[in-house]
Design a protein around this ligand. Structure first.
Ligand code: GAR
Length: 208
C-alpha cells in the first residue's frame, strides 16, 4: 500500500475527487494517509475531516524561509512514511531539496496544457484568464511529476478541453476541472500506486 499525502491550499475539489476514487475502490494500491494545507480554514480541511483523514496546517509565513518550510514539510511526510506526495491546488512553490527528496514521487495537477500557460505566476484562475486573453480554442489539464522547475517536470497525462464562446475564467475553470482534472489526477495516482509509471530521460512511460 502506497501512503499518499495530499497537499492543498483551497477548496480541495481535486482532493475530493481523489477521496471519492479511493472510496469507489479505484486506487486499490494507495491510501490517502494525510492532508496538509498551507492555509488555515481551507475548505479542503473539512473534506479531509469528513473522510477521516488526518489533516495538518503548515503556513509558509510561520517559517523564516522557503527552505525552512520545505524542511519541516519533508520531516512531517517522512514521519508519516509518505511515499507519494500529491499537489492538489497547493499554491506554495517547494524548495529544490524537497523536489529531490521525493524525486518522481510528487504529482501535481495544472489547469492548462503544459507548456502553455504555466510556470511562475500561473496558478488558479490566472491560468484561465491568460488562456482566454490569448484566445485559445482548446485548453485542458496536465498531470506531471514535480521537479525544481515550476510546472517543468515529466508529463504523466494531459486532456484537452474545449474553450467556449462567452467563457469566463470561472466557467472555463469549472469545465476543465470536471472534464479533465478530476479524472486525470486519480487515474495518475492509481497508476503510480500500481507501479505502472516509470521515468526515463525525463519522459514518463506507462506500463500495462
Ligand atoms: C485546480 O484547478 C488546480 O489545477 C489548480 O488550482 C485549482 C485548485 O482547485 N492548481 C494550480 O493552478 C497549480 N499551479 P481545488 O482546490 O478545488 O482542487
Amino acid at each position: 500500500m502506497v501512503n499518499i499525502a495530499v497537499l492543498v491550499s483551497g477548496g480541495g475539489t481535486n482532493l475530493q475527487a481523489i477521496l471519492d476514487a479511493q472510496a469507489r475502490g479505484e486506487i486499490p494500491n494507495g491510501r490517502v494517509c494525510a492532508v496538509v494545507s498551507s492555509k488555515e480554514g481551507a475548505y479542503a480541511l473539512e473534506r479531509a475531516q469528513k473522510a477521516n483523514v488526518p489533516a495538518f496546517v503548515m503556513r509558509r509565513k510561520d517559517y523564516a524561509s522557503g527552505q525552512a518550510y520545505a524542511d519541516a514539510l519533508e520531516a512531517l511526510l517522512r514521519e508519516l512514511d509518505v511515499q507519494l506526495v500529491v499537489l492538489a491546488g497547493f499554491m506554495t512553490v517547494l524548495a529544490e531539496s524537497f523536489c529531490h527528496a521525493f524525486e518522481n514521487r510528487i504529482i501535481n495537477v495544472h489547469p492548462a496544457l503544459i507548456p502553455s500557460f504555466c510556470g511562475d505566476g500561473f496558478y488558479g484562475l490566472r491560468v484561465h484568464e491568460a488562456a482566454l486573453a490569448k484566445g485559445v480554442k482548446v485548453s485542458g489539464a496536465t498531470v506531471h511529476f514535480v521537479n525544481a522547475v515550476t510546472d517543468g517536470g515529466p508529463i504523466i497525462a494531459q486532456k484537452a478541453v474545449e474553450v467556449c464562446e462567452g467563457d469566463t475564467p470561472e466557467r472555463l475553470q469549472k469545465r476543465i476541472m470536471e472534464q479533465a482534472e478530476w479524472k486525470l489526477l486519480p487515474q495518475a495516482i492509481s497508476d503510480f500506486c500500481d507501479g505502472k509509471l516509470s521515468v526515463v530521460d525525463g519522459i514518463v512511460h506507462h506500463k500495462e
